[in-house]
Design a binder for this molecule. Sequence first.
Ligand code: PLP
Length: 454
Amino acid sequence: NSNFAYDIADLTAKDRDHMIHPWVDLGTVQSREPLIVAQGEGACIYNVQGQRMIDGIGGMWCVNIGYGREEMAQAIADQARKLCYFSPFGIIGTPPSIELAERLTRHAPGDLKHVFFTTGGSTAVDSALRFVHFYNNFKGRPNKKQIITREYAYHGSTLLSASVSGKPADRGRMDLITSFIHHLPAPNPYRRPDGMSLESYGDQVVGDLERKILELGPENVACFIAEPLLASGGVIVPPPGYQRRTWEICRKYDVLYISDEVVTGFGRLGHIFASEPVFGIQPDIITCAKGLTSGYVPLGAFLVSDRLYSELTETAGKGQSFSNGYTYSAHPVACAAALTNLDIIERDDICGHVQRVGPYFHQQLETLTDLDMVGDVRGSHFMVCIECTADKKTKAVPPAEWDVARRIFEKCMPRGLLIRPMGHLIVFSPTLVISRAQIDEAVAILRACMSEVQ
Ligand code: PLP
């Protein structure tokens, strides 16, 4: 097939010699064959060899509307021709960025009526946290700066967003900000103490937040930042009611609540924003990215409540500005892509598809619990994680040298399934257009490969 006329040996050598990949295992750079992805169509990708695989990763939790959408290519090309770029600084805008800001607020809960655009999720989180600090300085409460977050959270890769993240594997040799950031234990029911009911565990992890606020003094606590479900930390689903109860605690102590919907937004849980319809919360700030453009081009944003923003605009004197932003904030090509992405999500009823097929996806993966190595299958709709264990009873983590998820990943690929291996976890976040038949195919491949690795 002429589409796949690549010099694979040449690409492999250039990759090894010149490209530094995020999170690559540095000890294996010299020897590991890269997966080089050349094309995508619907829920599938093709590597440079021309082999089709069901994309169980959705790019990186982001290609929500699926690959190869002609309308997206057209919208991007049209906007690039018309106006490739203009700065968003000060009072300058472009039609797509203004239209997108208004359109996003239509889907947002409560009075989240204002949008600040960034270049991706990390910069959305970074900007939101800087906004919270700026807001408290503005209000004359410079001490209200402490940020509460959780272990196993993932919020990004700028210094600030990495510092509020909490995956132990990412913290080892990296220097991070620790002076005003506090991590609570992850609310992970699978790892709750033996014999403790889910209800008591819920009380415990909700109580962790209240105790931390009281320990620091509410007058010193700026915000709590939380993914509704902890995504990259292993699709951790907190106990029922956790999101709502932690949000209520924040309100009680005048602590701002930031809901990081970079993964959960734009249909992955069956809604454009999951915070209110799924978890019953109206955060002060929502961060988003990824599915905002379905990964066709980079874009991120945070949405902030009218209550906070108007406090600034109604009382600010001349010369006061929120000094934060990027050359590519509100990039018009990205905003045009986001508008078309929303058109497609609405017209094709992608959220309806997720609501109908998401539970099926989860149920099918749950059938794998009869395998000895499967300790837990958890998640919701199109975010699911399989936790492998060395012993179902004790829930022992398999020794690192088993490299269990990586071995399964390597077996799945030649059979046509791409999964995301993370130590002993296998994470799924497929495109939101995956069909029941493709789910069946993926689960059959996974079962065969896991049985071989047992
Ligand atoms: N927040 C969450 C919940 C994420 O999962 C991610 C990325 O995976 C980010 C923020 C960072 O987004 P980005 O990689 O676009 O900078």
